[in-house]
Write a protein that binds this ligand. Structure first.
Ligand SMILES: [Zn+2]
Ligand SMILES: [Zn+2]
Length: 135
């Protein structure tokens, strides 16, 4: 990811700051999902014309914040991917003790939102969740 410095925060930067704030407000994984011992979220991206953004892997343990929104890795984009619903759904399933789910999501962000040439972001996320039960 490229680092840029601008004086005026862009829409994307404001959105990132908001997300940071929401993460701090999120409950701990152990209070939101008492039966999860470990949650792993793997993200990979496609849809861009150049080389795809690097894949990401996030691991959550009981003390971690139960917060599952991820910024689109595209530097021009203000979009995010929200996997909260997918985590909820997989957490409902009680057996087996290790379970996975996977799917794809298109980015709903825009490039150049402030300009007349605004275009939807082409990034497609392939996500994979692994939940390991705590007992
Ligand atoms: Zn995007
Ligand atoms: Zn994009």
């Amino acid at each position: 990811m490229k680092l840029t410095s601008r004086k005026v925060p862009t829409f994307g930067e404001q959105r990132r700051a908001g997300r940071q704030n929401d993460r701090l407000q999120a409950p701990a994984l152990r209070s939101r999902y008492a039966t999860i011992g470990k949650l792993q979220i793997d993200l990979s991206f496609s849809g861009t014309s150049g080389s795809p953004p690097s894949p990401q892997s996030h691991s959550y343990y009981p003390p971690a914040r139960a917060f599952f929104r991820f910024a689109c890795p595209c530097s021009e984009c203000d979009g995010e991917f929200d996997l909260s619903g997918q985590v909820d759904e997989l957490a409902e399933v009680k057996r087996p003790s290790v379970r996975t789910a996977a799917g794809r999501l298109g980015c709903e962000g825009m490039h150049f939102r402030e300009r007349a040439t605004a275009t939807p972001c082409p990034v497609v996320l392939s996500w994979r969740l692994v939940i390991v039960r705590s007992d």
